[in-house]
Design a protein around this ligand. Structure first.
Ligand code: PGA
Length: 255
C-alpha cells in the first residue's frame, strides 16, 4: 500500500450468496468497521440486497457496490440491471469483468469496455477485474493477457473518467481455491498493471489508481499481501461472508 497517493480499499464480493433477509444480519455484524478511518470499505452485494444493505449502513462510511451491470441505461433487456438502477438503489461501486462473468456469462473484453464506460457515465466507480488462468501463467503469457484486458477495458476513456476506476488483479487459479498468489507474485502483476496504466494515461493519474488483489485473500494472508507497495487493498470473496474474517482483513489494512 502506498497511502501517499491512493486509497486503500477492502471490498467484499458476496457473489450469489446472502438473501435480502440474511443481508441485514451480515451487514449489521460489520457495522463496527465503519469506525476504521484509513481504509475505504465496500460491500459488493447481489443487486436485490442493495437497498437493504444501504439502509443498514446509513450514516456509516461503508459503501455499497453491485457485482455487474448492463451497458445500456434502459430498455428491452429482460433480467438485466442498468448502472442507473444500481446508483438509484444506493450503490457507489460496481464490479465489472469478474472472471466468473467472463467465463460463464460471456463478458468479452469489448463488453467489459462498454460496461466500464456506462458505469462511469452513470456515476459509479467500476472495479475492473483482470487476471490470467493457470494455463496462461504456465505458458508465460500473464503479462500479455493482463495488458490486453487492461488496454481494451479503458480504451477510449477520458483522463477524467479514468481516475474513477479501481483495478482488481484476480488470478483465476487463486479464486475460491485457497491457492493465494504469493505476495511477491501478486505485487509484480499489480506493478505491471500500473506500468500499463502509466503508458496510457501518464504518471500522475496512474499513481492515484487503487489496484487491489483478489483470490483467496483471508485473515491469515492479508497482512503480507497488503504490505506490498503495489497492492492497495483486496477484493474478498469467501472471507467476506464471515464477519470475523472480513473484520480481520480490514484490521490488517490499517496504517
Ligand atoms: P475468493 O474470491 O476470495 O473467494 O477467492 C475473490 C473474488 O472472486 O473476487
Amino acid at each position: 500500500m502506498d497511502r501517499r497517493y491512493r486509497k486503500t480499499i477492502i471490498a467484499g464480493n458476496w457473489k450469489m450468496n446472502i438473501t435480502p433477509s440474511e443481508a441485514k444480519k451480515l451487514t449489521t455484524a460489520l457495522l463496527p468497521l465503519s469506525a476504521v478511518k484509513d481504509t475505504s470499505i465496500v460491500l459488493c452485494v447481489p443487486a436485490i440486497d442493495i437497498t437493504t444493505v444501504k439502509r443498514t449502513l446509513r450514516q456509516t462510511r461503508i459503501a455499497v457496490g453491485g457485482q455487474n451491470c448492463h451497458f445500456e441505461s434502459k430498455g428491452a433487456f429482460t433480467g438485466e440491471i442498468s448502472p442507473e438502477m444500481l446508483i438509484d438503489a444506493g450503490a457507489k461501486y460496481v464490479i465489472i469483468g469478474h472472471s466468473e462473468r467472463r467465463s460463464m456469462f460471456g463478458d468479452t473484453d469489448e463488453i467489459v469496455r462498454k460496461k466500464i464506460a456506462s458505469a462511469i457515465a452513470a456515476g459509479l466507480r467500476p472495479i475492473l477485474c483482470v487476471g490470467e488462468t493457470e494455463e496462461q501463467r504456465k505458458q508465460g503469457v500473464t503479462e500479455e493477457i493482463i495488458r490486453v484486458q487492461i488496454k481494451s477495458a479503458v480504451y477510449g476513456l477520458s483522463a477524467d473518467d479514468f481516475r474513477k476506476i479501481v483495478v482488481a488483479y484476480e488470478p483465476i487459479w487463486a479464486i475460491g481455491t485457497g491457492n493465494t498468489a504469493t505476495p511477491e507474485d501478486a505485487n509484480e502483476v499489480c506493478k505491471l498493471i500500473r506500468t500499463c496504466l502509466r503508458e496510457l494515461y501518464g504518471a500522475r493519474p496512474s499513481r492515484s489508481i487503487s489496484i487491489l488483489y483478489g483470490g483467496s485473500m483471508n485473515e491469515k494472508n492479508a497482512k503480507a499481501l497488503l504490505a506490498m507497495p503495489h497492492i492497495d487493498g483486496g477484493l474478498i470473496g469467501g472471507a467476506s461472508l464471515k464477519p470475523d474474517a472480513f473484520a480481520a482483513i480490514v484490521e490488517a489494512s490499517k496504517a
